[in-house]
Ligand binder design. Structure first.
Ligand code: ATP
Ligand code: MG
Length: 224
C-alpha cells in the first residue's frame, strides 16, 4: 500500500505550515497511522523538532531531513510503502519545490491568516498550483485553511470571512484559532493531549480539520 501525501504550502513565511503539519502528524499518529514528515525547509525546523533530545515529538512521526525540489520524488518513492502518511513541510516561498509537491500530493493545503495580505498571497499560491495543473493535466486537490484567527471576532474578520465565502477558493469549514497550545506542542515537544491540563479545544479543532482533509481526499479521488 502506498502512503497518502499531504502538504501545507504557502507563498510567504509564517502562516502556520509547520504548526499544522506537526499537529496533523500527531493526530494521525494518535489514530494509529505510521507518519513521515519530509523536512523540505532549508531552515530544518521539523528536523530540529524531532531530534531535540528533550523533545518527544519524534515518537509520533519520523522526520526525513534535507528534502529539496530535486530529491523529493525519489525520497517519497523510497519510503512510500513504509508509511501510511507522508507530510511534506516546505519553506514559505513559491519555488520549484511547490511545483514538485503539487505533482505528487493527494492534497495541497494552503494555510492563511484572515486579512487582505494573506488573501492576496493565497491568490498567488492558487495561481501557481493552477498553472501546474494546466501544465501537467493533473487535477490538483487544493484547499485553503484559515489559521491563527483571533477567538474574539472583529467586524473586519467578518468582512474577510465574507470575501472568502464569495471567492472560488475551496476553504475548509474548520477554522484554526490563535491558541498558545499550538505553540506549546512544537516548543515543548508534547502533544496537546499530553499537556496538563489537556488542550481539548485545540485538539478538537485539529481533529475536525483532519476529518475534513480525509473527506476532501476521498471525494477528490472518488470523482475520478
Ligand atoms: N494557530 C496558531 N496559534 C498560535 N500560534 C500560531 C498558530 N499558528 C502558527 N502560530 C505561530 O506562528 C509562527 C509561525 O508558524 P509556523 O512556523 O507554523 O509557520 P510556517 O508557515 O511554517 O512558517 P515558515 O514559512 O517560516 O516555515 C510560530 O511561532 C507559530 O508558533
Ligand atoms: Mg515552517
Amino acid at each position: 500500500m502506498s502512503a497518502t501525501i499531504i502538504s501545507f504550502v504557502s507563498s510567504k513565511g509564517g502562516p502556520g505550515k509547520s504548526t499544522l503539519t506537526t499537529h496533523t502528524a500527531i493526530i494521525l499518529a494518535e489514530g494509529g497511522a505510521k507518519v513521515a514528515v519530509m523536512d523540505a525547509d532549508p531552515s530544518g525546523r521539523m528536523t530540529r523538532i524531532s531530534q531535540n533530545a528533550d523533545n518527544g515529538l519524534g515518537k509520533y512521526f519520523t522526520v526525513f531531513p534535507n528534502v529539496t525540489a530535486e530529491n523529493l520524488v525519489q525520497q517519497v518513492q523510497i519510503i512510500n510503502n513504509d508509511f501510511d502518511f507522508i507530510l511534506i513541510d516546505p519553506e514559505g516561498v513559491l519555488s520549484d519545490l511547490i511545483v514538485q509537491i503539487a505533482k505528487i500530493a493527494h492534497i495541497v493545503i494552503s494555510p492563511m491568516k484572515l486579512g487582505q495580505g494573506d488573501i492576496e498571497e493565497s491568490t498567488k499560491t492558487a495561481a501557481v498550483i493552477n498553472q501546474v495543473a494546466k501544465d501537467t493535466g493533473r487535477d490538483i486537490n487544493l484547499y485553503f485553511v484559515l489559521n491563527d484567527v483571533s477567538t474574539t471576532r472583529s467586524g473586519l474578520d467578518a468582512h474577510w470571512l465574507e470575501v472568502l465565502r464569495k471567492s472560488n477558493f475551496k476553504t475548509f469549514q474548520t477554522i484554526i484559532y490563535t491558541r498558545v497550545a499550538y505553540k506549546e506542542t512544537t516548543d515543548l515537544g508534547v502533544s496537546l493531549l499530553e499537556l496538563s491540563p489537556k488542550r481539548v479545544k485545540a485538539h478538537s479543532e485539529i481533529t475536525r480539520l483532519v476529518e475534513e482533509v480525509f473527506a476532501a481526499i476521498k471525494s477528490h479521488y472518488e470523482e475520478k
